[in-house]
Ligand binder design. Structure first.
Ligand SMILES: Cc1cc2nc3c(=O)[nH]c(=O)nc-3n(C[C@H](O)[C@H](O)[C@H](O)COP(=O)(O)OP(=O)(O)OC[C@H]3O[C@@H](n4cnc5c(N)ncnc54)[C@H](O)[C@@H]3O)c2cc1C
Length: 492
């Protein structure tokens, strides 16, 4: 049996001597782990993090750093945006569904302002500057941006639009190195150290240890080929990330992501989910996935996006992650962006947030009929789409999909198209079912004694949909809950 398959719990009565011990043992030093650790240590528990790699950070430190927060945070207010917890909740229920956990969303929205203040108190900096252009992320160190399609149809009719993508301020921005995610993790890791959290690196958890009552009392881990037992006097927190790099799990639960993991790290192999499953843990939304769409939003908004039948299917000015999910899940990854010459020039004249996305179109043609033939679309399909679009665009409207007036104008000739088939990739969002105290739930619905989890090894606030920042958002929020609950050893 391979190491990864041997995830069944070990019984504590087989262990005569423990190699390491702490009140609360946390597996994984990414965003959920560090937040759990800070709160656990502050609650008076001797806290130990076990991290598989040689340092803290995880996917979180490589990330763009968006944290989805709202309800009237000081940053939103300072930048002149009105928001309430109720407004945020209405948005998230619509944007993250179908099937999103309404209790978690309510709880998350109610606690969002406090969570922002907590992050600031730990030293996470946010600059009072708003970025309002289409894009995946701002080009600089702006602190706030729309990051979920809040100001686009149809969501702008469900809740009043408010930007909620909060970004830690970075100096000398280098995405993937010193981006927003690093600027989130660095102060949190410094805080953890200052409150006495201990960390052991190059140590990889493999199994849980349970006592005769079924309570989780430790973990079996491996370091440099040697097995270690680690005792957790109060509780174990699983914070090991998603299953995006476990091919078997991806094939089983999110087959559309096969061969296209993105915004993830190889360490996300699903181990946290599997060791808890071996104790009878309940899972939720294992089919859910964030899906990035590798196209330049400045170009997207100025064109029309059509599927393999030459038909539009989503407003081009919405959150590109919504476009990614719609393209992968509903259009079999078939997408072409049609844009005319003046619009392409206008897009290229804007500040680029990702130079790699600024590339020449795949096809160019003098007429719509020619372009249609070059792409290989059924005769008349694209022509019909453009005729209908232009008919309304002349009045500055898009009654079909509700693209905002500012981006709507008739498509002229000559024109061009981008081949955006296979332009998606993503990470998994499903995982362990947990309650609002981050207790891992058994299939019976009861909490599993001594076992807590947060971050992407759990199912958080997302189900069918996603907004940038939801992952660092619920990971940090419920990481804190896990740390507090484990330290308290709350009654199960
Ligand atoms: C390029 C990029 C951009 C992103 N941008 C954003 C964004 O802007 N906003 C957003 O919300 N999300 C973003 N994400 C996603 C986000 O970073 C992750 O979803 C988030 O970090 C998950 O938090 P986590 O604590 O569960 O996992 P992580 O932060 O990855 O932490 C998990 C830790 O567990 C460790 N680990 C794994 N297995 C074991 C084991 N067996 N034993 C011990 N330790 C183990 C890992 O090494 C890792 O350090 C991005 C990700 C990437 C890569």
């Amino acid at each position: 049996m391979s190491d990864i398959q041997n995830v069944r719990p070990q019984h504590a009565n087989t262990i005569s001597e423990w190699d390491l011990a702490a009140d609360v043992v946390i597996a994984g030093y990414g965003v959920a782990g560090v937040c759990a650790a800070i709160e656990s240590a502050r609650a008076g528990a001797d806290t130990l993090i076990l991290e598989r790699t040689g340092g803290w950070g995880g996917a979180a430190a490589l990330s763009g750093g968006f944290i989805y927060l709202g309800g009237g945070t000081p940053l939103q207010k300072a930048l002149g945006f009105e928001d309430t917890a109720e407004n945020m909740e209405a948005f998230l229920l619509a944007a993250l569904g179908p099937g999103a956990d309404s209790a978690k969303i309510h709880d998350y929205c109610q606690g969002s302002v406090e969570h922002f203040e907590w992050l600031v108190a730990q030293g996470v900096p946010f600059k009072e500057e708003f970025w309002g252009e289409p894009g995946w992320e701002p080009p600089g160190d702006h602190g706030l941006m729309y990051s979920g399609g809040e100001n686009a149809a149809p969501l702008n009719t469900i809740a009043s639009p408010a930007p909620r993508g909060h970004l830690p301020q970075m100096t000398d921005k280098r995405t993937g190195e010193r981006g927003g995610g690093y600027m989130l993790m660095k102060p949190l890791a410094d805080t953890a150290e200052s409150v006495g959290v201990r960390a052991e690196y190059d140590i990889r958890i493999e199994r849980l240890i349970i006592d005769d009552d079924g309570r989780t009392v430790g973990v079996v881990a491996k370091r440099y080929g040697r097995r270690l037992t680690v005792r957790a006097r109060r509780g174990v927190v699983l914070a090991t990330g998603s299953f995006a790099y476990n091919q078997q799990m991806v094939a089983t639960f999110t087959p559309r992501l096969i061969g296209r993991p993105a915004a993830s790290i190889e360490q996300h192999d699903g181990i946290g989910i599997q060791v808890a499953q071996a104790l009878g843990a309940q899972l939720a939304h294992m089919d859910a996935a964030e899906v990035a769409f590798f196209a330049d939003p400045q170009v997207l908004v100025r064109g029309i996006l059509v599927n393999g039948r030459g038909q539009r299917y989503i407003p081009e000015d919405t959150y590109p992650g919504r476009i990614g999910q719609a393209t992968l899940n509903q259009q079999d990854n078939q997408a072409y962006l049609i844009i005319d010459e003046p619009s392409l020039e206008a897009a290229f004249a804007t500040e680029s947030t990702s130079a790699a996305m600024r590339r020449p179109p795949t096809w160019a043609a003098e007429t719509v009929e020619e372009l249609e033939a070059e792409i290989g679309l059924p005769t008349g399909a694209l022509k019909t789409t453009i005729d209908v679009y232009n008919q309304h665009a002349r009045q500055g409207a898009d009654p079909l999909l509700g693209k905002k007036r500012q981006w709507v104008q008739p498509i002229t000739t000559p024109l061009a198209a981008y081949d955006l088939r296979e332009c998606t990739g993503g990470f998994t969002l499903g995982g362990l079912a947990t309650d609002l105290d981050s207790r891992v739930l058994h299939v019976s619905g009861d909490p599993i004694p001594g076992l807590f989890a947060a971050g992407r090894c759990t199912s958080g606030i997302c189900a069918g949909g996603y907004a940038s920042g939801a992952s660092l958002g619920d990971g940090s929020f419920y990481g804190r809950r896990a740390g507090r609950a484990a330290a308290r050893r709350i009654a199960e």
